[in-house]
Design a binder for this molecule. Structure first.
Ligand code: SAM
Length: 221
């Protein structure tokens, strides 16, 4: 097993070499990226790659997201009062982005469609005592109506078009960050609720796994 101080240094290097040079400058996001042990959110056999600039497999054809993308999506929410913010994440995986969010905002609601991943995420977050995260197993393309509206929504899987229930669960001036497009050819889009409409902005090219569900792709996509 790799000694913990090696992980700590690798994490600091990740922030200095991968995040800051690409424009991540939100102090809360940077601190969370320094603090949260990414290796805790992946199978042990990948630990030696845990602070590399890439997604990694977590089983069930799913991945833990690239550190930069996690930081970029959260920073792109442009939260005015992060410590009072309630955020919805769709696609929990093993819980890494939820963990980062939990260090930045007041409470995180997150939905995962694969039961074993949701259970792993619960355990991972609990072990680190990150208690301001609620996890639900189900189709996150519906959002989480009971806890809406949200100060921001991030979707960690790509949809064919923007899921309308998620737009409907934004507070005024809040944003939804969502990858839209086909396998391997997606844009990361930002929708902000402005008066009776949504302002749309394209943030970057991305490659996410598909969002499978009612407002996503079919199961056999
Ligand atoms: N957020 C994770 C992290 O921080 O590493 C990454 C998650 S992975 C890129 C995307 C996740 O979305 C997968 O675990 C997948 O099972 C999940 N997913 C796909 N469609 C979903 C849906 N309709 N509702 C909830 N989760 C979904």
């Amino acid at each position: 097993m790799t000694p913990p101080n090696r992980f700590t240094q690798a994490r600091l290097d990740m922030v200095t070499n991968q995040l800051e040079p690409r424009g991540i400058n939100d102090p809360y996001v940077l601190q969370a990226m320094r603090d949260v042990p990414r290796h805790h959110f992946m199978p042990e056999r990948y630990h030696r790659f845990s602070y590399h600039d890439r997604p990694l497999p977590i089983g069930h054809n799913q991945t833990i997201s690239q550190p930069y993308i996690v930081a970029f999506m959260i920073q792109s929410l442009e939260l005015q009062e992060p410590k009072n913010a309630i955020i919805l994440e769709i696609g929990t995986g093993f819980g890494y982005q939820a963990a980062i969010l939990s260090r930045v905002v007041k409470h995180v609601y997150t939905v995962e469609r694969i039961e074993i991943l949701a259970e792993n995420a619960k355990e991972n977050l609990h072990q680190l005592n990150y208690l301001n995260v609620s996890i639900k197993m189900g189709d996150g393309s519906y959002g989480w109506y009971e806890h809406a509206p949200f100060d921001g929504i991030v979707v960690a899987a790509a949809a064919p078009e923007v899921p309308n229930p998620l737009l409907a669960q934004l507070k005024p001036n809040a944003s939804l960050i969502v990858p839209i497009g086909e396998h391997g050819r997606q844009y990361l889009l930002k929708y902000t609720a402005v008066e009776d409409d949504f302002h749309q902005e394209t943030l970057s090219h991305v490659a996410f796994v598909p969002l499978i569900g009612e407002y996503g792709w079919a199961e056999n996509y």
